[in-house]
Design a protein. Structure first.
Ligand SMILES: Cc1cc2nc3c(=O)[nH]c(=O)nc-3n(C[C@H](O)[C@H](O)[C@H](O)COP(=O)(O)OP(=O)(O)OC[C@H]3O[C@@H](n4cnc5c(N)ncnc54)[C@H](O)[C@@H]3O)c2cc1C
Length: 295
């Protein structure tokens, strides 16, 4: 039985977000398909969540069913250097496991707290690498209830975006992915990951967040613009522009989603007024916002 009125603040890296009407955790792709199909039959909005690390959930919560994906299976093919992973596998776990096996290509993902599914949706990346470099096939449950394989071309992976962020693909569930990697010495991979990890520790705030709130505008750094606008450290309620990295908004303890949203609006207005630059969101707003607005 799904949980009822489950606070999503317990399941998001921001530690904010009101209740989901229904909340369930799945352990394999068959269960994922089962719940998604049931929600459709009941005409219940359904949100598939990985680790909730790229989400700002409204204080009023989510009207419908939230399915947390804990499908954690993966398997290697040593002849082709590919790995097949269910969408609930954490990318950082897969980065470590593939490196230990002498497969290169996912080292950049060390320190990214989300799942393979979430990473495909936003084409997650760091240190000049991204999912687009390694994804070869993705298996989905489409809106008609059919399981289909998508090619990289069909995924439309771009800078922090993919087909799954387009309206036409709403409701598609990512079940698993096939990633193509390259042979490399485990020692080289280990050293690369240690270097990335220490860079992350230097730059990344430790307070709850959803990573970078804004995408970098072409040729510019969102963090730098925010800093130049004098907004580093600016707080609304318990939400603060991180004094360590201005593209992060952190939760100082008991922030409301509304605090974060108001700070986002203020930053966007200020950057538009000062620099004529429109900042686009990298994080996703979901749930029931003011005026019945639903994301
Ligand atoms: C401290 C910190 C550092 C971060 N650093 C980076 C970084 O360096 N680079 C980067 O790109 N991101 C970064 N992020 C953001 C985030 O971790 C990534 O975007 C991650 O890939 C999101 O995965 P998730 O499983 O948490 O997705 P969620 O936040 O749970 O979901 C994100 C979206 O994906 C959808 N989704 C998830 N799984 C599925 C599925 N199986 N089928 C269909 N839709 C699905 C959700 O519905 C939602 O729309 C960081 C976040 C934090 C908190």
């Amino acid at each position: 039985m799904p949980l009822q009125d489950e606070p999503l603040s317990r399941h998001t890296s921001y530690r904010v977000g009101g209740p989901a009407d229904f909340y369930t955790v799945i352990r394999d792709e068959h269960q994922l398909c089962g719940w998604v199909v049931l929600a459709r039959e009941l005409k219940l909005p359904c949100l598939i969540m990985g680790r909730g690390t790229n989400l700002l959930v409204a204080d009023k919560g989510f009207r419908g069913l939230v399915v947390e994906n804990r499908a954690l299976d993966f398997a290697f093919d040593d002849t082709s250097h590919t790995v097949h992973a269910e969408a609930g596998v954490p990318v950082a776990v897969l980065a470590r496991e593939t490196a230990e096996r002498g497969y290169a290509g996912l080292e950049w993902a060390i320190g990214i707290p989300g799942t393979i599914g979430g990473a495909i949706v936003s084409n997650a990346g760091a240190f000049d690498g991204s999912m687009a470099d390694v994804v070869r096939r993705v298996s989905i449950l489409d809106q008609a209830g059919q399981i289909r394989e998508l090619t990289p071309r069909e995924l439309s992976l771009g800078y922090r975006t993919s087909r799954f962020r387009e309206k036409a693909s709403r409701g598609e569930a990512i079940l698993s992915a096939n990633l193509s990697l390259a042979p490399e010495s485990t020692e080289v991979l280990r050293r690369r990951m240690i270097a990335y990890d220490s860079l992350r520790r230097e730059r990344q705030p430790t307070k709850p967040s959803a990573g970078s709130v804004f995408k970098n505008p072409p040729g510019l750094s969102a963090g730098q613009l925010i800093e130049e606008a004098g907004l580093k450290g600016k707080a609304i309620g318990e939400a603060q522009v991180s004094p360590k990295h201005a593209s992060y908004i952190v939760n100082l303890g008991s922030a409301k989603a509304e605090d974060v949203q108001r700070l986002i609006s203020l930053i966007r207005e200020e950057i538009w007024t000062r620099f004529d630059v429109r900042l686009e969101l990298e994080i996703e707003l979901v749930g029931e916002w003011g005026n019945g607005q639903v994301h």
